[in-house]
Design a protein around this ligand. Structure first.
Ligand code: NOJ
Length: 718
């Protein structure tokens, strides 16, 4: 293939015959990439062009056919790592990445995930997902980045930048308002224009600014038009308003028409095997004048240009997977090139950085041994250990057993191994002279639990009990709570063990009815942490790493406190809470959550001093605050900036506009700065259909340690 001009060179690693070598990849501008694409597409026949808009049979989740002028593309799931292939990693989930509030680690996670796709010869990563968490029961919350558009936007951007720096095309999905699994292929998300822009389009707009290569439109309808043939969304909002330059592919089977979809702005139909509406049907539509040749050329140019933009014409590896075979998982026919590198280190790091300490009464954590007297602790619950079925027992992780570290569906990957909490804790406890006793049966009799707990010799005795909520694509969770048998063991343990630490594996907010039990001294949310689950958890429990994660969603006291539900009777879902999603609703209605958005404890404490807010010009406000570690150990604080708009702007009481994670040694102080530019200062105006800065009026900037723990506020006017 012809080599084209070079703009920026970055270095990446390539696996040749299982040896990692470093090569240079050339990044191009969109302008240059489109010039190349045009010169190629004008030499293609119409048959070659339509081939590129459709899936064919092949080794990956999605495959385009090779033509004389352009290679075949391999598109593969998914957000937690390479789906359906061996010798790959199971990374931390999207919801964990968001919980870390750590830009650097999020970027590095994107790099590491993409390296595995690259090494397997996969051109297009079908991730990240950035659907907003609208309801706690939605089956796919764990794949994406939580309830707040700004947190989701920043997490999306860092992930994409990391991934695309490795020469892999990232795909943000599912465009848009794809927030439940119930009736996912038919339901309509009915949203007003302002809410759509300020919440559901926001993370996609940030992705476009980060030059994402591909966007996947969702199964659902938006305002009664299928997302994948919705001209308003695909052409008007995405291309004209946001300036998206890459291509739009449909979710698998989410295309419903030929001319309508093509004219609306859908570039590629994806489906199992061959598509139903593009390919030959698209050719006929062009010949009949229902779709113009120019439209077809534009569709194909977008795909080709994106390929050149990320430099995939330069030594991109051959496809090394065969993930699209109907398999009984564990018996994959994949050639199995080992692409794991040292990614387990990053997975463990992100696992610990995303484990949230929600409660820590009497400083029961971190667990410390007493070198003179051997202690014993109890680890309880089926979610603590290995299941009867080994990991990867069912396709797409749909029969979870034992500890939950990932969800199910296309967003799952193949475990190379799973370090269970019991393994991680036992290994680490040895160094502290602590013996671990396990009760892995959730249904263990109360009397048995009592005997084991009362015969431990620790002083004070400590029990770590586990509960989880498994969630998967295709089905929303039926209730807001841990799986019922887990509740049983949590109740047994907390009734008999004076010092109970509850650890939760869930991908979303979860009912914690035991939170105020006097024996429940600590609560830890570990999310879906991936293959290094037990190690990452032990790092936090034993204080090797100081917890610094924060809630990317609101945990309500009662499910009914949330503004939305998922109903079995509704295909037309009204987003009637409008802008009041998540904490915005709780703030506006004065409802106290159990644990608020942005909340998380540390083993140290921080003070905030001297907030200074300066209006630099009409579209630029700068805030500086000094943060000091006033506790007994080093640690990281997530400093959060919330904005209250002038009252007549019609905004929620306050909205997140930025955050910084700062690492501070004991007694160290740092100045943290926030820049609020037009994006942060604007609201969507439905009269002019543009972003406007509502002025004049008084704004207030709040800096805090969570959405309910504001440490300093300062007014300003524009
Ligand atoms: C359907 C899922 O919604 C999507 O996220 C995934 O990428 C495709 N299937 C392909 O597996």
């Amino acid at each position: 293939m012809q080599q084209y001009g070079i703009l920026v060179t970055c270095w990446i690693l390539l696996l040749v015959n299982n040896v990692i070598v470093t090569i240079a990849v050339d990044e191009r501008s969109w302008i240059e990439s489109y010039e190349i694409a045009r010169s190629i597409v004008e030499t293609m026949t119409i048959d070659e062009k339509v081939q590129l808009t459709i899936s064919t049979n092949g080794p990956c989740t999605g495959n385009t056919a090779k033509t004389s002028r352009f290679p075949a593309l391999c598109l593969n799931d998914g957000p937690m790592g390479v789906r359906g292939s061996k010798k790959t990693s199971v990374f931390t989930s999207g919801i964990n990445a968001a919980a870390s509030f750590d830009r650097e680690l999020i970027y590095q996670r994107g790099v590491n995930i993409a390296q595995e796709f690259y090494d397997k010869g996969i051109n297009v990563w079908l991730g990240p997902a950035n659907d907003l968490l609208r309801n706690p029961r939605a089956g796919r919350n764990w794949e994406a980045f939580g309830e707040d558009p700004v947190l989701s936007g920043i997490t999306t951007v860092e992930t994409i930048k990391g991934a695309q720096s490795q020469g892999v095309i990232a795909t943000v999905k599912h465009y848009t308002a794809n927030n439940q699994e119930t009736y996912r292929k038919h339901m309509s998300s009915n949203i007003d224009e302002r809410t759509l822009h300020e919440l559901y389009l926001w993370p996609f707009q940030r992705a476009v600014e980060a030059e994402v290569g591909a966007i996947m439109c969702g199964y659902n309808k938006v305002n009664d038009v299928y997302a994948c043939e919705n001209e308003e969304l695909l052409t008007h909002d995405l291309r004209e308003e946001m300036g998206f330059k890459g291509w739009v592919m449909s979710d698998w089977g989410a295309t419903h028409s030929t001319a309508k979809a093509a004219n609306a702005g859908l570039d590629m139909e994806m489906n199992l095997g061959r598509g139903n509406y593009y390919g030959d049907k698209l050719k006929t539509a062009v010949e009949r004048g229902q779709v113009s040749l120019q439209t077809l050329n534009n569709m194909v140019e977008r795909i080709v240009a994106t390929f050149y933009k990320v430099g995939q014409d330069q030594n991109f590896p051959e496809v090394q997977v065969n993930t699209n075979i109907p398999v009984i998982s564990g018996a994959l026919l994949d050639p199995g090139v080992d692409v794991q590198r040292n990614h387990k280190e990053g997975i463990r790091k992100m696992g610990a950085a995303s484990t949230i300490l929600l409660r820590n009464r009497n400083n029961i954590l971190p667990i410390r041994g007493d070198k003179l007297h051997e202690r014993q602790i109890v680890v309880a619950g089926s979610d603590a250990g290995a299941g009867v079925l080994p990991p990867n027992s069912c396709p797409l992780n749909m029969c979870p057993d034992g500890s939950i570290a990932m969800g199910g569906g296309s967003g799952s990957a193949h475990y190379p191994y799973l370090i269970t909490p019991l393994e991680g804790i036992t290994e680490r406890a040895k160094n502290e002279f602590i013996e671990v006793k396990a009760i892995l049966q959730d249904t263990s009799l109360v009397s048995d639990v009592l005997t084991i707990v009362s015969t431990t010799v620790s002083a004070p005795d400590t029990c770590i009990v586990f509960g989880s909520a498994f969630a998967a694509e295709g089905i929303d969770r039926p209730f807001y709570g841990v799986d019922p048998q887990h509740l049983l063991i949590i109740n047994h343990i907390s009734n008999v063990c004076e010092n109970t630490i509850v650890v939760i594996h869930s991908g979303a907010p979860i009912d914690l009815p035991f939170a105020n039990h006097p024996n429940v001294k600590a609560i830890v949310w570990a999310g879906y942490p991936g293959q290094e689950s037990g190690h990452a958890l032990a790092d936090i429990l034993f204080g090797d790493i100081n917890p610094s994660a924060r809630l990317p969603f609101t945990i309500a006291k009662n499910y009914d406190d949330y503004p939305s539900d998922i109903s079995l009777f509704e295909h037309e879902v009204s987003y009637k809470e409008k802008l009041l999603l998540g904490y915005r609703w709780f703030d506006a209605k004065g409802i106290d959550p159990l644990f608020e958005f942005g909340f998380g404890l540390s083993y140290t404490t921080f003070s905030y001093n001297d907030l200074q807010v300066q209006v630099l010009d009409k579209e630029h406000v700068e805030a500086l605050i000094s943060v000091r570690n006033i506790g007994q150990t080093s640690g990281a604080e997530v400093v959060q900036a919330y904005l209250s708009f002038p009252e007549n702007a019609g905004e929620p009481p306050k909205v997140l506009r930025g955050f910084e994670k700062v690492f501070l040694e004991q007694d160290e102080e740092k100045i943290v700065s926030f820049q609020l530019l037009k994006t942060e200062l604007s609201i969507w105006d439905t009269n002019t259909h543009t972003w406007i800065i509502p002025s004049p009026g008084q704004y207030t900037l709040h800096i805090g340690a969570s959405s309910r723990d504001i440490r300093a506020s300062a007014p300003f006017s524009l």
